[in-house]
Design a protein around this ligand. Sequence first.
Ligand SMILES: *Cc1c(COP(=O)(O)O)cnc(C)c1O
Length: 397
Amino acid sequence: MSITPLMPVYPRCGVRPVRGEHCHLISEDGTRYLDFASGIAVNLLGHSNEHLIGAIQRQAATLMHVSNLYGSPQGEHLAQRLVDLTFADTVFFTNSGAEAVECAIKTARAYHQHVGNTDKYELITFKNAFHGRTLATISASNQEKMHHGFLPLLEGFKYVDFDDLEGAKAAIGPNTAGFLVEPIQGEGGIRDASEEFLKGLRALCDEHDLVLIFDEVQCGVARTGTLYAYEQYGVTPDVMATAKGIGGGFPVGACLATEKAARGMVIGTHGSTYGGNPLAMAAGEAVLDVVANPEFLAQVNATGERLRGRLEQFIGNYPDMFELVRGRGLMLGVKMKIEPRPFVAHMRDNHQLLTVAAGDMTVRILPPLVIGDAEIDEFMDKLSAAAASYSVESPAT
Ligand SMILES: *Cc1c(COP(=O)(O)O)cnc(C)c1O
């Protein structure tokens, strides 16, 4: 047998973390890495946050899981907090981002079915989006590399250019149910939508009674310096998917919706065995305790600005390698002029610095939100050393 016990769907690298300490990961062989990837925007509080660990330990010892057939004081409490903190009136908890997006898609379809628009099932989505790896969520993305081998796709998605309001408007037809969009594309390369674009989508939804869904799985939960990115645009969605950071490393996701948009999501229409179980709720509560306050958010903004300033200054030293810095808060991307993947591997293998490659020639910089000047200094030292050794040893690949 040559297949590995772990289904070989990931191109796993040689780093084999066995322990985490604040903003560092320690590999099986003892090597220490600076983690500016955070499990892809997940470990908001770093790796050994006592508040999060304590909350999970206490809840694990009290009650881990019960069925959604019973009342959920834990779920009600976290849902109420999210309702109080956001545009939403109601919340469905999931175990992942894709499930949260899946619930959002169902919510939009169910809304139109419920109000009698029986032919409105199609969502307009945006090129280079990433919404997850289930059949519905790969169908929602135009990226063919995710479709290969899995056809036929789910019907009901139409792709138009990201940040192109005229294109989005022109795509509206008799079957259109709404728009599904990442306010800031993550996998697509840390590309933030313009305010004009998101405001325009909001206006189109209001005009045509369409559902506006934001996928904030990557950009949400304080990552960009506000609890959710939409706050910075002055636009509220009707439905929003959140996950990644919300459990701080424990699998938690949620689909948030207004009362109006959730009209079709009535008893029996949706479910999840694990979704919203007490252990997951304890993790979500602990993360919100830390991040959902103005001082913490101000700190994310200030830290993000310092890091961005340092990066912008630095890339000027290597005009052949780096093009620009973009993003918001601590969701930053460095667009490169050369292939980013080999450079990400070089930083990792030769300088013990973890980042993540993304589309559009971009390196994603997604540190834990709790970094301070010590981590920024260490990051800049490693990045400088990596750029110096890369340009000497292996010019543009
Ligand atoms: C990661 C991601 C998802 C999928 O989340 P999973 O937890 O991997 O299912 C969906 N949307 C966006 C924007 C993401 O970044």
